[in-house]
Ligand binder design. Structure first.
Ligand code: FES
Length: 162
């Protein structure tokens, strides 16, 4: 199992924080997503074995929470809040402009595999619109000028990591 081999020590440290292995299923799903870029069927199977659970149970947990992706994503997963408060703050136009900038539709991934863009409901940063989360880090009070700068930084970061 790749996760156990690569993250054995981290997994054991995480288990130590919980009353039993099953209780650690969410951090283990995070680990699988971090490793594979999404919660793949193989990831589900591994997490089930690590947490000594039925894979169906693990899959149902992964499916319930929006922070787990059940399909492959780009290296940078951009989730733009277009819920009401953000919409009033310009999120709809920002989202349209961002999709146009990257040449993708809602939920699409750029051809280079770097960016997946989708809209989501409230992320609890309603006074910071337009905002998005990129791989669970917030980017707030955005406009396209700021966004282009961040996209360039992420592209440079990805090129450096190759
Ligand atoms: S409505 Fe967008 S963060 Fe709350």
């Amino acid at each position: 199992m790749a996760l156990t081999e690569k993250y054995g020590e981290l997994i054991q440290k995480t288990f130590a924080k919980y009353p039993d292995k099953r209780s650690a299923v969410m951090p283990m799903l995070h680990l699988a997503q971090q490793e594979y870029g999404w919660v793949s069927p193989e990831g589900i199977q591994e997490v089930a074995e690590i947490c000594e659970m039925d894979p169906t149970q693990v899959k149902s947990i992964a499916g319930f929470y929006t922070m787990y992706s059940e399909s492959p994503k780009g290296k940078y997963w951009l989730q733009v809040c277009t819920d009401l408060a953000c919409a009033l703050g310009g999120a709809d136009k920002f989202y349209e402009d961002l999709k146009a900038e990257l040449g993708v539709e809602d939920g699409g991934t750029t051809e280079d595999g770097l960016f997946t863009v989708e809209h989501v409901m409230c992320l609890a940063a309603c006074d910071k619109a337009p905002m998005l989360q990129c791989n669970f880090h917030f980017e707030e009070k955005l406009d396209m000028e700021k966004m282009r700068k961040r996209l360039a930084e992420w592209r440079a970061e990805a090129a450096k990591a190759k």
